[in-house]
Ligand binder design. Sequence first.
Ligand code: HEM
Ligand code: MTE
Length: 464
Amino acid sequence: TASFPRFTREEVGRHHNEANRVWVTYGNEVFDVTDFLELHPGGKSKILLAAGGALEPFWALYAMHKQDHVQEILQEYKIGELSPEEPPLPSPDDPYANDPPRHPALRVNTLKPFNAEPPPELLAEYFLTPNELFFKRNHLPVPVVDPEAYRLCIQSPSGQALSFSLQDLKQNFPKHEVTATIQCAGNRRAEINAIQNTNRLGWSIGAISNACWGGARLRDVLMQAGYQPGYEGHVSFEGLDQDQSGTVYGASIPFQKAMSPDVDVLLAYEMNGEELPRDHGFPLRVIVPGVVGARSVKWLARITVGPEESKSHWQQKDYKGFSSSVTWETVDFSKAPAIQEMPIQSAITEPSSKTSVSPGELKVKGYAWSGGGQRVIRVDVSLDGGKNWKEATLTGEEQLPGQAWAWKLWQLDAFVPAGTKELNIVCKAVDTSYNVQPERVEPLWNILGVLNNAWHQVRVPVEK
Ligand code: HEM
Ligand code: MTE
């Protein structure tokens, strides 16, 4: 075993900026991560918070670092160990201690922060996903909010800070209900990771769910705050969830979308007729129908309007699409627009590749959805890898043209002839603009592992 130089915490502490190089400790090991700063998926500024000191307090919050692939990266930068005289640090308090309880059926991707999806067999059982099964995508601990003390802060056109209580929003604005599907940009990343691992959450097909949201229209609230339609800028949202540096979750949408009478952007306080659950943004969240989930900011604290998009990491350095040729070394985040409306999508929820089926009648089920309010007009299903196709039957809620915010569930009553060895079930959906899903996932590979909408494929053995 190699023997490493020994350092004191004080020596490590002197390497707290790029000029003196950036050192950090983890356990009793010392790392020089200066050359990793620009490559860090979470951004350079975040690592600099830990510069000269221990990673543990920061990784208690960003606990997705406690995975093998992160440890492997870290080991590449090892330069030494702490002297045996250095006492170990007390373990940091768990920032997730106040997270709410969750349904045991959810498939957990990461516990801290909590990221989980419903199993496929349950996903397409309900047109409206039950709240406890609705997928959960948190970047930070769930904030504890006292609804009585809660205020939404909106910056008026003259720069004045206006404040709204929950009562104000419930009583002074008409309650509007919208059935809308929320999909994370990382839905189906597992298929992308199987080509080449992006080391990001390996969502299966369940980072999508559908609910009926109730709340005030953002448009009504913005008008009350003094805004008029016709401005070219952006509406930025900030959450109450934050890390040790006070960085909060944030995202933005174009002002025109926020003000459009046709888009139904909501400040929602209800989900499927119940009070908004803590995991989904209690007491108030934004719902931007037809748009990537990342813009539907939960635990909404603040709204501002300005000429630029949100400066947040999640607007600027994440949730963007790139060509397969772009690497972490060559990526220029300013070159790609933030994902807003999402492309046509569908997936098979039943049968699953973990089961086998018998010859004879077979029900094939799934979901289909398109962004921007485009209605799904057709889902084609093949049992033989795409040689022969049948049209599935669609079910769902009738929504106005251009306002089809909710997914369609679909079903095909198929027949499996005796002697078939294996089914290669494939589905592809088509929307009102005749946008259709691309066949292969390989050309869709990208460093962030977002926007996978390739034909979904499930291979299922057939019993004799
Ligand atoms: C993401 C490595 C330090 C904050 C990541 C990821 C890797 C990584 C591999 C992608 C992980 C994934 O999505 O599965 C490292 C290494 C560090 C380090 C080797 C050693 C110095 C830090 C520190 C902070 C931090 C000190 C916070 C203060 C973040 C954030 C993300 C991230 C915010 C993005 C999370 C998201 O996508 O939601 N890091 N990290 N990292 N890291 Fe680090
Ligand atoms: N809002 C805040 N404040 N913090 C977050 O971590 N995650 C976003 C968005 N809004 C997030 C947030 C992402 S990436 C998605 S996909 C959706 O919330 C997920 O919403 P859900 O957890 O209700 O399914």
